[in-house]
Design a protein around this ligand. Structure first.
Ligand code: DC
Length: 232
């Protein structure tokens, strides 16, 4: 399922940070440049949310949610256009990006069993090294031994603006509304009891507010090459 390319798959790279900081674009491009596999863990929480919504299971129905997540067959497939997500054989890559899922995902991501099951899957995916994994708790919790940890952040205003430009849903949403939603998602991700969004003590903090995507990618690729050389 996960294909490794190149011959320097000797480290793992964790990229954490708040919503809209540019993690997925940056992580995907970094992986591409160094021949690593990109794993978007947010997509896994989104897939659980979509399936729960379809089944009419809410985030507070702990027992039902646990059953649902344990029976889920989740597959991530790296591809040219980024990562595709399959649940029980169905391609849900586009469906997990709707606002309906986005607005609810923090609540499902706060569930202990959901985090436990997805955390186990994530560690398994990183077992052979050579992955660039983005999320909220990768450096602090899922892969505490990752050789390179990046905490990528940007101001709420800048992150809202970036999301505003990329909203693909047909319904219109104002910039102010997006800003409020991002601030609320930060709050929920930072304040949940289990694996909250925190910066690992050994992470490199990159504030991308005034940086271009290419500058961020360049900085991370450079750090990666240094870590790879050290690990050889
Ligand atoms: O990065 P994203 O917007 O696709 O993430 C979706 C949600 O999943 C977000 O609210 C935070 C949560 N998440 C998490 O709690 N832990 C992760 N490792 C990745 C995402």
């Amino acid at each position: 399922m996960v294909h490794h390319v190149g011959d320097s798959n000797c480290i793992n790279i964790a990229i954490d940070g708040p919503a809209g900081a540019g993690k997925s674009t940056v992580a995907r491009k970094v992986a591409e440049q160094i021949g690593y596999v990109y794993i978007d863990t947010g997509s896994m929480y989104r897939a659980v949310t979509l399936i729960a919504q379809r089944a009419g299971v809410t985030a507070d129905q702990t027992a039902k949610l646990a059953e649902l997540v344990r029976s889920l067959e989740l597959e991530l497939e790296p591809g040219e256009q980024g990562q595709s997500v399959f649940v029980n054989g169905e391609n849900v890559t586009a469906l997990i990006r709707t606002r309906e899922v986005t607005l609810q995902v923090s609540h499902f991501a706060a569930n202990e069993t959901v985090r436990e099951v997805l955390g186990i899957m994530q560690r398994k995916l990183a077992e052979r090294k050579g992955v660039v994994m983005d999320g909220r708790d990768i450096g602090s919790h899922v892969l505490p031994n990752a050789e390179l940890k990046i905490f990528l952040t940007a101001s709420v205003k800048e992150r809202a603006l970036r999301r505003y430009r990329e909203v693909t849903d047909s319904q219109t949403v104002s910039l102010a509304q997006l800003e409020a939603e991002i601030a609320e998602r930060d709050r929920l991700d930072e304040q949940r009891d289990i694996s909250p969004l925190i910066c690992a003590s050994d992470a490199v903090v990159l504030d991308s507010t005034a940086m271009t995507i290419d500058e961020v990618i360049y900085a991370i690729v450079k750090l990666s090459r240094t870590k790879m050389a050290e690990a050889k």
